[in-house]
Design a protein around this ligand. Structure first.
Ligand code: NDP
Length: 679
C-alpha cells in the first residue's frame, strides 16, 4: 500500500515499517499507510532553522504578502483538496469550513498585519514609559521573532483549517513551522503542504510536514522553539509534562476537549427558542459534530424543556445520514472507525446519567450509503439529563460526534454552577430575546470561556455562529479546554515572538524602534517637511512653527463657524464660575490653529490627511495665550503598491505638540498623512 510521505529537509521521504493504515471514512477502503519510522528529525530541525533565518530577515509586510500569495495559490487548487476531503467523511459544506475557511484565515491574517503593523521586523508594543524625572530614561516593550521552530501537532477533524490557523501567525511572526497532522486525514494536510512547497512561495525550510509519529523530535527542541497541540486532553496532558519542555521552558499551547454549552436564557420567548434549536441542531450535525467548539450541553429553563425537546427532535428527524457523495445527504460519517468506537463508548457513559431521546448506536438507524456497515456512521444523538447537578458525567464527557445532552436548570445561580462543572470551555452561546439584559450572566460565565456568543434575533441575522472560531478573536479556553489561546488577531502572532522590555534614553530608543520618541534628538532643515517626498523624510525631522496669539475674536469666530457655543468658550460669566475661571479656546480650535501653523499650503508630495490619534488637551488655552507647534516626523510606513499605475506612497506619522508661551504642553496628538514616494 502507498506510504504517505513526509516533507523533511527539502525532500519527500517515506518512513520505514508497515505504518498505521488510513481508511476511507465512507467505504472503509484502505488508502495509505502512515509511518515516519527512521526519519531524521534532527536534520529536519536544522533545515527549519535555516528557513527561520530567511523569514526573520523579512519584514512584516513582506511576510504578509507571502501569506496572501500562498492563500491565492492554494485557493486556485481548492477542488483537488475537496476531492481528498470526501475520504474523511466531509460533506461539501464541511469541506468548505475546513478548506476555504483555512484559506480565508490566511487572507485575513495577511491583511490584518499589513493594516496594523509597520513594515518592520520588530513589533513595538506600547508607548514610551518615562522612568526618570528629567525624561532622559524610559522604557518600551518590543517583540522579536524567536530564532526557533514552531512544532504544530494537529487534530484529525480539521486537516486544513487546523493547520493554517496556526501556520498564519507563525510565518507572520518570522518563525518556520513543522506540521504534525493527525494520522486520520493526514493525506489532506499533506496535499496542502505539497502544493505550498511546489508553489515556491515560501522560503526553503519555512514549512515541513511529518506524516506519522514525531520520533525523538520533542527531545531535540530548544528554548527558542514552540509547541502547539490540538487533540484529546489525555494526549495534551502527557505532552505538556514532557521533561524537555519543563527543562527548557518551551512554550506549549494546548487546545483540547471542551464540553461547550448553549444556554437559553430565562425569559426566552418563541424567537429565542427557535434560534437556540437552530444553533444546537447545526452544531450537532456540521462535520458530524466533530468540532472542538460543538455544543455538547444545551441548557434551558426547566419550564421550556418540553418545547425545546420537541422542536429539536423534529429537526433531527430530518437529518439524512450517509455518503456525502449521494444526493440529499446532510450529514456524513465520523472520520474513522476509531472515532466511531470512541463516540459509542462515550454515549454509553453518558447514558448512565442521561436518557437517550434519539439516536445512539444500539437502536437501528438509516444510512444512505452503498455499504453502510463499512463506513464510520453514527446517528444524531440527543440525550436528556433531568438532574444535571447530580450527574457529573454529562459535564465532563465529550462524545466527539453528533451528540448533545439537554440540561434543564431552575435558576440563574444554578445555571452558572452547572456550566462551571464543565471545568472551562472554548465557547458558549447565550440565546435570549432582543432587548433582554444578559450582562450579569455574561460577567459570571466569562471566566469559564474563551469566547461567548450572544445570540438574539438582532445578531442572528448576521452571526457567524456558535461554532466558528474567527481569526480576529481568541480561540482557546481555560481549564479543561487546554488553557491555550490560538488566533485572536495579533495576539497569536505575538505568541511566536519574544517580548523584551527595553530601557534606554529617548535617542537610543528611537534608534531601536525606528520611530521618534519624545526627548530624542531632532533634525531641522530649511525645507518644509511637506515639500519632501516619503523617501526624503528623516525620522526625527522637526519643524518648529511660527507663534499665534489667541484672541477673543478667534473664540467668537470659531464658535460661529462650528456652531459650538459651549459656555466655557462663549459665556463670560459662566466661564468665570467654571473650572477654568475665564473663557478658554475650543480644543478643536487649538487643533485647527495648529494645522494652520504647520501646514505648507501649496501642492506637493503630501497627498492627504489620513487621520489623527491619541488627542489629549492638557492645559487650557486662554484669550491672550500664544501657541506654537513642534511638528516631528515620528514614523514612516511604506504602503504596498497594488497596481503599477498607483502612486508610490507611504503613511507618515507626525508627532504634534502644541505649547503655550510658558512652554507648557497644551495639546498633543499624532497625525497621519499619505505622502508620495519618489520611486
Ligand atoms: P489525540 O490526542 O490522540 O491526537 C491529537 C494529535 O496528537 C494527533 O496529531 C496525534 O497523532 C498526536 N499525538 C498523539 N499522541 C502523541 C504523542 N505521544 N506525541 C506526539 N503527538 C501525539 O486525539 P485524537 O485525534 O485521537 O482524538 C481523540 C479525541 O480528542 C477526540 O475524540 C476528541 O474527544 C478530542 N479532540 C479534540 C479536538 C479539539 O479541537 N479540542 C480535536 C480533535 C479531537 P496521531 O493521529 O498520529 O496519533
Amino acid at each position: 500500500m502507498e506510504k504517505l510521505q513526509s516533507y523533511m529537509s527539502g525532500e519527500w521521504q517515506a518512513g520505514a515499517g508497515a505504518g498505521r493504515p488510513v481508511r476511507h471514512a465512507v467505504t472503509g477502503e484502505s488508502l495509505y499507510e502512515v509511518t515516519s519510522e527512521g526519519l531524521d528529525m534532527a536534520a529536519m530541525l536544522d533545515f527549519a532553522r535555516q528557513g527561520g533565518k530567511t523569514l526573520a530577515a523579512m519584514s512584516f509586510h513582506q511576510r504578509a504578502l507571502m501569506l496572501k500569495n500562498l492563500a491565492s495559490h492554494l485557493a486556485s487548487q481548492k477542488e483537488d483538496f475537496y476531492a481528498l476531503s470526501t475520504a474523511t467523511g466531509a460533506t461539501r459544506k464541511d469541506g468548505w469550513i475546513d478548506i476555504e475557511g483555512g484559506f480565508a484565515t490566511l487572507f485575513t491574517y495577511s491583511s490584518l498585519v499589513r493594516r496594523e503593523l509597520s513594515d518592520e521586523r520588530i513589533l513595538i508594543e506600547d508607548d514610551w514609559t518615562p522612568l526618570s524625572r528629567k525624561g532622559g530614561f524610559g522604557a518600551r516593550h518590543i517583540l522579536t521573532p524567536k530564532p526557533g521552530v514552531a512544532v504544530h501537532i494537529n487534530a484529525f477533524n480539521f486537516p486544513v483549517w487546523g493547520m493554517l490557523e496556526k501556520l498564519a501567525p507563525t510565518l507572520l511572526a518570522g518563525m518556520p513551522a513543522i506540521i504534525k497532522p493527525a494520522t486520520d486525514g493526514a493525506q489532506l494536510a499533506q496535499a496542502v503542504v505539497k502544493s505550498a512547497v511546489e508553489s515556491g512561495i515560501l522560503p526553503a525550510g519555512a514549512l515541513q510536514i511529518i506524516c506519522g509519529g514525531v520520533n525523538n523530535l520533542l527531545d531535540l527542541l530548544g528554548p527558542q522553539d514552540v509547541v502547539t497541540f490540538t487533540g484529546s486532553a489525555q494526549t495534551g496532558q502527557t505532552l505538556r509534562a514532557h521533561p524537555n519542555f519543563n527543562r527548557q521552558s518551551i512554550p506549549f499551547t494546548m487546545e483540547a476537549d471542551s464540553v461547550n454549552s448553549a444556554i437559553l436564557a430565562e425569559g426566552a420567548g418563541e424567537d429565542a427558542i427557535k434560534l437556540f434549536v437552530r444553533e444546537v441542531m447545526r452544531e450537532m450535525t456540521t462535520k458530524a459534530g466533530q468540532k472542538c467548539t460543538a455544543i455538547r450541553r444545551a441548557f434551558m429553563p426547566r419550564d421550556l424543556l418540553p418545547r425545546v425537546k420537541d422542536a429539536l427532535l423534529a429537526r433531527l428527524g430530518k437529518v439524512v445520514l450517509g455518503d456525502p457523495a449521494k444526493e440529499g445527504v446532510t450529514m456524513g460519517p465520523l472520520a474513522s472507525q476509531r472515532q466511531l468506537k470512541d463516540v459509542s463508548e462515550r454515549v454509553e457513559q453518558l447514558s448512565a446519567q442521561a436518557e437517550i431521546l434519539c439516536g445512539g448506536h444500539l437502536a437501528p438507524f438509516e444510512v444512505q450509503a452503498d455499504e453502510p456497515e463499512k463506513g464510520a456512521f453514527y446517528p444524531p444523538t440527543l440525550l436528556l439529563c433531568n438532574q444535571p447537578k447530580e450527574s457529573p458525567a454529562v459535564h465532563t464527557t465529550e462524545a466527539f460526534g453528533p451528540v448533545c445532552t439537554l440540561l434543564p436548570y431552575d435558576s440563574e445561580d444554578e445555571l452558572v454552577e452547572l456550566v462551571a462543572l464543565g471545568e472551562g470551555s472554548l465557547v458558549a452561546s447565550v440565546v435570549f430575546e432582543a432587548g433582554q439584559d444578559v450582562s450579569e450572566l455574561v460577567g459570571r460565565l466569562g471566566p469559564w470561556h474563551g469566547r461567548l456568543h450572544l445570540l438574539d434575533p438582532i445578531s442572528a441575522e448576521e452571526s457567524t455562529g456558535h461554532g466558528s472560531p474567527l481569526p480576529h478573536l481568541v480561540h482557546g479556553g481555560p481549564g479543561r479546554a487546554g488553557g491555550g489561546q490560538e488566533l485572536g488577531g495579533l495576539r497569536a502572532v505575538k505568541h511566536y515572538m519574544q517580548r523584551t522590555a527595553i530601557q534606554a534614553s529617548p535617542g537610543a530608543m528611537s534608534q531601536v524602534t525606528h520611530s521618534w520618541n519624545t526627548g530624542a534628538p531632532v533634525i531641522t532643515d530649511r525645507v518644509h517637511p511637506f515639500r519632501k517626498y516619503f523617501d526624503e523624510l528623516a525620522i526625527g525631522e522637526q519643524l518648529k512653527t511660527a507663534r499665534r496669539t489667541v484672541t477673543e475674536a478667534d473664540l467668537v469666530n470659531f464658535g460661529c463657524l462650528s456652531g459650538d457655543h459651549f459656555y466655557a468658550h462663549m459665556d463670560k460669566i459662566a466661564a468665570a464660575e467654571s473650572l477654568f475661571g475665564e473663557r478658554v479656546a475650543h480644543g478643536y480650535f487649538v487643533v485647527s490653529a495648529a494645522a494652520g501653523l504647520f501646514v505648507d499650503a501649496a501642492p506637493g508630495p503630501v497627498i492627504a490627511n489620513y487621520g489623527m490619534e491619541g488627542l489629549r488637551f492638557i492645559e487650557p488655552v486662554k484669550i491672550g495665550d500664544t501657541i506654537q507647534v513642534e511638528f516631528t516626523c515620528k514614523q514612516k510606513t511604506r504602503k504596498p503598491q497594488r497596481n503599477p499605475e498607483d502612486l508610490p506612497q507611504g503613511v507618515v506619522v507626525w508627532d504634534i505638540k502644541v505649547k503655550n508661551q510658558r512652554d507648557e504642553l497644551v495639546a498633543s496628538y499624532d497625525i497621519l498623512t499619505l505622502v508620495q514616494a519618489k520611486d
